[in-house]
Design a protein around this ligand. Structure first.
Ligand code: SAM
Ligand code: SF4
Length: 434
């Protein structure tokens, strides 16, 4: 069977990268991508389970598809990714119009599973462990400046609130040679900026047991001609070695930007979260990073309203933010996830309090960004030009080596090159220059 496929991706960059692989493999089997579910013979949802909100969005999309399938009984529907892995065959019971459920290690089999539906009937394939590394050869990527390359899958931490260890399994790193092949090929195709992906990317190599680590991988990739920038996300504070910090500082193409979630500024909450570091250890990491990489930008995630978090404990997170002054922060309200260790703790912080704490952190972060951006007015920064600005077709946008978004007037022939931009003004989220 083949025809037209519509894929919708929810969640993180890892899912975006997986969707490129899913589309690539379906393409090989003769499927062509379309832009709307209405035009499709097959709809694939590549799903996220990190918060209930993400799953709620997917449930509502599935409701809409039920209507479509009523009018178009030949429509095939597949659920891939984290929600598929979490709920497995249960999804088929809950949603009788879904045909295939395919887990995070099994998506390579999607074309075959669809092909054999007439024989097997509705099916869930969610085994772990035999993920096929095809070196990204088949991934269907949009041409452009940016390409994402997963270098590891899974996670060996067990943060008590988090579904990732359940939905993506144990940590497994790809071979450095396979990653290098993929990056060389991508640069050959014209991509300029490669982002290496992993849930705890700074732990890259540990499972290979041959001395591989992220610092060595960065060195190996740095020499590739035509590659302009190398980034990586996300890091865990426990895995950032001095060797890695010094390598980032030394290699000019490596982004001076670390996404290292703190999650909370309170020791008791960090302990309940199972994060394996305390506030002081996080602050020592910040000091190490700033002393070894001058000008490094730090980005954090925070979870507010974790079970039993008091006002005073939340204030410790506010103080951490004030002390560190992050370059950016994602703030989430705690979402109880079935099956995670934290379900044994009552979800006792009222939603309104969670929301208020979330808004407080976001507004403090914006204040810090406004200050940091204003300090850049009149300065010239080097920007890798990524393409047209999302809000104004007469403008281009790009990012600094510290991952700041910069918007400036359009000129021909500069997309994919490094340009010097003088910053003239800013909003809380964007720098504007010429
Ligand atoms: N592996 C990365 C790490 O450890 O930083 C990211 C994991 S997760 C996909 C991204 C962010 O979602 C986490 O850093 C955390 O702040 C947030 N998150 C994870 N589980 C959550 C939950 N149950 N409720 C609210 N936020 C959550
Ligand atoms: Fe989840 Fe913690 Fe692993 Fe990040 S480090 S993916 S938050 S378990």
């Amino acid at each position: 069977m083949s025809g037209k496929v519509f894929i919708e991706t929810f969640g993180c960059q890892m899912n975006t990268a997986d969707s490129e692989q899913i589309l690539g493999r379906l393409g090989q089997a003769g499927w062509t991508a379309v832009d709307t579910p209405e035009a499709a013979d097959l709809v694939v949802f590549n799903t996220c389970s990190v918060r209930d909100h993400a799953e709620g969005k997917i449930r509502s999309r599935l409701g809409v598809l039920r209507e479509q399938k009523r009018h178009q009984p030949s429509l095939r529907i597949a659920i891939a990714g984290c929600m598929a892995q979490r709920e497995q065959g249960e999804l088929l019971k809950k949603w009788p119009h879904v045909d295939v459920v395919v887990g995070t290690d099994q998506f390579a089999r999607l074309p075959e599973l669809i092909e054999r539906l007439d024989v097997t009937g509705r099916i869930a394939a969610t085994d772990f462990g035999d993920w096929e590394d095809d070196h990204g050869v088949n991934a269907a990527r949009e041409p452009g400046v940016n390409a994402y390359v997963p270098v590891m899958r899974g996670c060996n931490y067990n943060c008590t609130y988090c579904v990732v260890p359940f939905t993506r399994g144990r940590e497994k790193s790809r071979q450095p040679a396979a990653i290098e092949d993929e990056v060389r090929r991508l640069v050959g195709q014209g991509f300029k900026q490669i982002t290496l992906l992993g849930q705890t990317v700074d732990a890259y190599g540990k499972t290979l047991g041959d001395g591989s680590n992220l610092a060595r991988l960065l060195r190996r990739l740095h020499g590739i001609d035509g590659l302009l920038r190398l980034r990586f996300v996300t890091s865990h504070p426990k895995d950032i070695s001095d060797e890695l910090l010094d390598t980032i500082a030394e290699l000019p193409k490596v982004a001076k930007h670390l996404h290292v979630p703190a999650q909370s500024g309170c020791d008791r909450i960090l302990r309940l979260m199972g994060r394996r570091y305390g506030r002081d250890e996080y602050l020592r990491f910040v000091e190490r990073a700033r002393s070894r990489i001058p000008g490094v930008e730090l980005l954090s995630d925070f979870i507010v309203g974790f079970p039993s978090e008091s006002d005073a404990e939340f204030e410790q997170t506010v103080q951490l933010m004030q002390q560190v002054r992050f370059g950016g922060a994602y703030v989430f309200t705690y979402s109880m996830r079935p099956g995670t260790p934290s379900v044994r703790l009552p979800d006792d912080v009222p939603e309104a309090v969670k929301k208020a704490r979330c808004n407080r952190l976001l507004s403090l972060q914006l204040d810090h960004q406004v200050e940091q951006f204003q300090a850049l007015h009149g300065h010239t920064v080097e920007v890798l030009v990524e393409g047209e600005s999302k809000t104004d077709p007469d403008m281009l946008h790009g990012r600094t080596i510290g991952n700041r978004n910069v918007v400036f007037p359009k000129r021909d022939g500069v997309v994919g090159t490094l340009q010097q931009v003088t910053i003239e003004r800013s909003t809380p989220l964007t720098l504007f220059g010429r």
